[in-house]
Design a protein around this ligand. Structure first.
Ligand code: 13P
Length: 252
């Protein structure tokens, strides 16, 4: 059975004081890592503070990584440094970065390989725009994103990766995909993994849903067979809501 992974993506929210307060409030309240994985992905300047206070059950993730070890890349973040800081996860290819910061399928692929080289676990975001959904080509579009993301990644490396299906039209809009729609595309992602690797690899792959996940809808989303967790924006900023949603990820 795949263990659920519930991750908060704080985007560019919270001051250092607010971030530390949050982690102090929730670190002892989230269930054991044996039951469910919980992660908070924060802005780079507070990564160290969060890692220091993460407790036994909470893991810390970054929201971006560059694909080179070092160099003249003003404003970028190296995997070397993330690994040194004790960061566990890194979000790669979020639609906001694809739309606003020139992230492409090619850089997503390079970043995944770079993260893996430094033992950082990639949370790889894929998902379609409303235009693509309405044109009826979501399956082809998302499959192509998955395939390009994984170019040159071996089956053994695949175990370090988590996919997050985030339909762009559902992010920050309050418009959650219905559990059926979310499940359908998560299943398509699993089928793509099976086609590219093996049935075993596909069965092991954890696939999150993201897009307006909140306390009122997480239970029915996680009840879907191919949804193994959530990547949560807005609702993950509230300590009690985060703890509730991580608990919802404990398999019954
Ligand atoms: P919201 O949960 O705020 O819709 O954001 C989703 C998201 O982008 C998580 O990465």
């Amino acid at each position: 059975m795949r263990k659920n992974i519930i991750a908060g993506n704080w985007k560019m929210f919270k001051t250092r004081g607010e971030a530390i307060n949050f982690v102090l409030q929730v670190a002892d309240k989230v269930p054991s890592q044996d039951l469910v994985e919980s992660v908070i992905c924060v802005q780079a300047p507070v990564l160290r503070d969060m890692v220091k206070r993460q407790g036994d059950n909470l893991r810390v993730g970054a929201q971006n990584v560059h694909f080179k070890d070092s160099g003249a890349f003003t404003g970028e973040i190296s995997a070397v440094l993330l690994a040194e800081l004790g960061v566990t996860y890194v979000i790669i290819g979020h639609s906001e970065r694809r739309a606003m910061f020139n992230e492409t399928d090619e850089t997503v692929n390079l970043k995944i390989k770079q993260a893996l080289a430094y033992d950082l676990k990639p949370i790889v975001c894929v998902g379609e725009s409303l235009d693509i959904r309405e044109a009826g080509t979501t399956k082809e579009f998302v499959s192509a994103q998955v395939e390009k993301a994984l170019e040159g990644v071996s089956e053994s490396e695949l175990e370090q990766i988590v996919f997050a299906y985030e339909p762009i039209w559902a992010i920050g809009t309050g418009k959650t995909a219905t559990p059926e729609i979310a499940e359908e595309t998560c299943r398509d992602i699993r089928n793509t993994i099976e086609r590219l690797y093996s049935k075993d690899a596909a069965q092991k792959m954890r696939i999150q849903y993201g897009g307006s996940v909140k306390t009122s809808n997480i239970v029915e989303l996680l009840a879907q067979e191919d949804i193994d967790g959530a990547l949560i924006g807005g609702a993950s900023l509230v300590p009690e809501d985060f703890v509730f949603m991580v608990n919802a990820g404990v398999q019954k």
